[in-house]
Design a protein around this ligand. Structure first.
Ligand code: FES
Ligand SMILES: [Fe+2]
Length: 378
């Protein structure tokens, strides 16, 4: 197993970026899968995808094929998409609705949506066979602010404990009632950590995002979560802009009537380990789910959420918000791909972070902690 030693200590002084192997070694990626993704609550998308009994979608969590569904009784479930007969992936359609059961297409073993094996052709002839011994393998599932999370460990820690710092934190935004107005999937030619690190600083905004920089001055705002698995803060929306949109105008009504006046002038950006980036604006919310596809390639699924009244309003210009971030995202994906190329160089060495990169430095510290590497903090 490749081992890399951290050179990044505390940002406080002398923080440096991660070693090359962290971005280029498939052994490190395999270790991340075990130590981080398989040991965390991973976001898999919005609960609004599962409104009716039987609704499901497929997800990949820590490399595991998972069926996330609402069972016949309305309970949220996450099942390993692995038949108890000979291991075949049971379901291949990415989303849909089951009836009372789901059936493996190989030899027709059939499961109730609550995981019980209810049909197993010709197994009655097998001595000692008991269907009760072969339910679907369960993953843990939790819901937070309208987002669904899955944990693949046999004994998952309680979501409410792990995510305690985030429970209730954004209640004023009314996130559970927001609806999806746009979805896009990107493939980024860079290691997943570069996407996190890039999201976590705006030092690059004047050079990479000339449009964004006029709306969200990179020196504005403050970070309010600065250590641990949940990091981020806010930036000030520069007047006369009222939102982070191409025109500067809001796309519709506020996401919630409970937003205090100061949040009407702010945009919040949080990176939430292990795979969620969450951006809160006065009139819309967008988020990103990261899945490492390879050591140098990352799938990013992104959705824009709006108040239901905004979506129902034909005069609302959703494109104003969608384009603002789609343009910005593509600029980001382009530059992190350049980072990935440069980091491969034999001359790459960890480089120094500035004070404007305190969040990426803190993210690296948490990453190293989760990977079982101790930093050289003072
Ligand atoms: S592998 Fe699923 S029924 Fe045989
Ligand atoms: Fe950016």
């Amino acid at each position: 197993m490749t081992s890399f030693q951290p050179t990044a200590g505390s940002f406080r002084q002398g923080a440096r970026t991660l070693p090359r192997e962290a971005y280029t070694s498939s052994d490190v990626l395999a270790e991340e899968r075990e130590r981080i993704f398989a040991a965390s609550w991973n976001c898999v998308g919005r609960a609004s995808r599962l409104t009716q009994p039987g609704d499901y979608f497929l997800a990949e969590v820590a490399g595991e094929p998972i069926i996330v569904l609402r069972d016949s009784h309305g309970t949220l479930r996450a099942w390993f998409n692995v038949c108890r007969h000979r291991g075949t992936r049971i379901c291949r359609e990415p989303a849909g609705r089951f009836g009372e059961t789901l059936q493996c297409s190989y030899h027709a073993w059939t499961y109730a949506t609550d995981g019980r094996l209810v049909g197993a052709p010709h197994m009655q002839d097998v001595e000692g066979f008991d269907k009760a011994d072969f339910p679907l393998h369960a993953a843990a599932v939790a819901e937070w602010e309208g987002f669904l999370f899955v944990h693949v460990a046999e004994r998952a820690p309680a979501f409410a404990n792990v995510w305690a710092p985030m429970i209730g934190r954004f209640a004023r935004y009314g996130l559970p009632s927001l609806v999806i107005g746009h979805r896009v999937e990107y493939q980024v030619e860079a290691n997943w950590k570069l996407v996190f690190q890039n999201y976590s600083e705006c030092l690059h905004c004047p050079t990479i995002h000339p449009k964004l920089a006029t709306v969200l001055p990179y020196q504005s705002g403050a970070n309010d979560l600065t250590e641990g698995s949940y990091l981020g803060g806010y930036m000030e929306i520069r007047p006369p802009n009222e939102s982070a949109t191409m025109s500067g105008r809001p796309v519709g009504r506020r996401v919630s009537d409970a937003l205090p006046a100061e949040d009407g002038r702010r945009a919040y950006y949080y990176s939430l380990m292990p795979n969620l980036l969450l951006s809160l604006h006065p009139d819309y919310v967008n988020y990103y789910l990261l899945t490492p596809l390879d050591v140098g390639r990352t799938r990013v699924e992104s959705e824009w959420l709006f108040h239901p009244q905004t979506l129902a309003d034909p005069s609302a210009n959703l494109r104003d918000a969608i384009e603002f971030w789609d343009v910005t995202n593509r600029q980001d994906w382009d530059i992190v791909a350049q980072s990935q190329i440069g980091i491969h160089s034999r001359r790459y060495q960890p480089g120094p972070y500035s004070a404007r990169e305190s969040i990426p430095a803190a993210w690296d510290r948490e990453y190293l902690r989760q990977m079982g590497r101790r930093g050289t903090e003072s």
